[in-house]
Write a protein that binds this ligand. Structure first.
Ligand code: XLS
Ligand code: NI
Ligand code: NI
Length: 437
């Protein structure tokens, strides 16, 4: 193996007592939880864009990252070398998957044909590494937001050729994802939204977005790509309003345009926060509708109002997430992708390890707690008690659809008044939750 991350060996599970910070305390890949290996619960992925293309730049200053391997001046040679770095990282970390945008892994050429060629060359290298390491592609996607041709959006651009170029770009990204055995493909809206409604034909734009997705679904069928499509909600940033606002909005869009059989949600924590929701809300909403597909694991900062994409370390959060994921039967073929970046101030290569180890451990810890909560069932019992009246004869008749306004009026005229409500016991529920932490 190469040795770009000098002095760092394979990260191993050492258990909760370990004081070695380059070891896992909770993530034990083959350990079984609810009869399933941890690695299969999570299907952890590293985001190529943040970890291998992130420079640490922000609106106030340039990049700060020290990446000793960034030495090649030729963009293609550098792209190929970076693949070696990325796979060394995956192997040392013991992470099974990665995710990429087309333009993260390969440089953009002067023409579409040239860009496609460059992507093919890099895909060869990715394929070689996948074969020799056993690492896999969780999902691929296309960058439809950085280039100036997408200044007004891609699938929702008022410029038809931006739409057409984006279609060609996604066609290629799908081919490469398919060739690399990708388990999925993500649509994140990028600049699909608006800054001002006076200059925006919203109906036309949203119709175009749907047409675009249908073309992707059709093309996947044509080439035999059977991976799962995902739609990733985000309410704003860079646009004032993005059409993929939150799960409820996305699911409504998919159903309206007949895409519901083909596309599920890829839920990201920081995007949920931006939408004014908790991650748990987004997971529950998608899960109850049968649209929970995959997650982008990160977290925001309540004191900073933008998408800070921080690594998740909060056990309370990861427990909530894993509780919902277990409830809805797991994520596969989706997984837990660290769409997260090390802080601008954390500029050394070793910080990439600390960040991912911490995230994986926080999730593994959360999984153990969530499984213990489910095994013991105290919280579920309290929840069932709260809804106990619905398990009586009247509730059963309503839930099975055999009651009407008229029959219910008759029932309540006879009863006179409803029985008093019982306490919601929110504090008790919260206290019970804390007993597991
Ligand atoms: C940006 C998104 C992006 C998608 C992939 O905010 O999270 O990284 O996950 O295009
Ligand atoms: Ni994301
Ligand atoms: Ni994000």
């Amino acid at each position: 193996m190469t040795d770009f991350f000098q002095g760092i060996g394979k990260i191993r599970y050492e258990g909760p007592q370990s004081t070695n910070m380059l070891a896992f305390r909770h993530y034990d890949a083959d350990a079984l939880v609810e009869g399933k290996a941890m690695r299969d619960h999570f299907r952890f992925a590293v985001s190529y864009w943040h970890s291998f293309r992130g420079t640490g730049s922000d609106p106030f200053g340039p990049g700060t990252m020290i990446r000793p391997w960034e030495t090649e001046s030729d963009p293609l040679r550098m792209a190929l070398k970076r693949v070696d770095v990325a796979f060394e990282f995956l192997e040392k970390l013991g992470c099974d998957f990665y995710c990429f945008h087309d333009r993260d892994v390969a440089p953009e050429g002067a023409t579409l044909a040239e860009s496609n060629h460059l992507l093919d060359v890099v895909a060869d290298r990715l394929e070689e590494h996948q074969k020799s390491s056993g690492k896999k592609l969780l999902w691929g996607t296309a960058n439809l937001f950085s280039h100036s041709r997408y200044v007004h959006g891609a699938a929702t651009s008022p410029n038809v050729e931006s739409f057409a170029f984006a279609a060609a770009q996604v066609k290629k990204a799908l081919e490469v994802t398919h060739r690399l055995g990708g388990a999925g493909y993500v649509f994140w809206g990028g600049r699909e939204g608006y800054q001002c409604l006076w200059n925006t034909d919203m109906k036309r734009e949203v119709d175009h977005l749907a047409a675009f997705m249908h073309m992707a679904v059709d093309y996947a069928k044509e080439i035999g790509f059977t991976g799962q499509f995902y739609f990733e909600p985000k309410p704003r940033e860079p646009m004032k309003h993005q059409y993929d606002f939150d799960s409820a909005t996305c699911i409504n869009f998919l159903r309206t345009y007949g895409l519901e059989k083909h596309v599920k949600m890829n839920i990201e924590t920081n995007h949920a926060t931006l939408a004014g929701h908790e991650m748990q809300h987004e997971l529950e909403y998608s899960g109850m509708q049968g649209f929970l597909g995959s997650i982008d694991a990160n977290t925001g900062d309540t004191l900073v109002g933008w998408d800070t994409d921080q690594f998740p370390t909060n056990i309370y959060l990861t427990t909530q997430i894993m509780y919902s994921i277990l409830k809805y039967g797991g994520l596969a073929p989706g997984g837990v992708n660290f769409d997260a970046k090390v802080r601008r101030e954390s500029f050394e290569p070793v910080d990439l390890f600390h960040a991912h180890i911490g995230g994986m451990d926080a999730f593994a810890h959360g999984l153990k707690i969530a499984a213990a909560m489910r095994a013991d069932g105290r919280l579920q019992k309290l929840l069932d008690e709260r809804y106990a009246s619905w398990s009586g004869p009247l509730g059963k008749r309503i839930e099975s659809g055999s009651e009407s306004f008229t029959s219910l009026e008759k029932e309540m005229l006879a009863r006179g008044e409803s029985t008093p409500c019982s306490s919601g016991r929110q504090e008790l529920f919260e206290n019970v939750f804390n007993t597991y932490l």
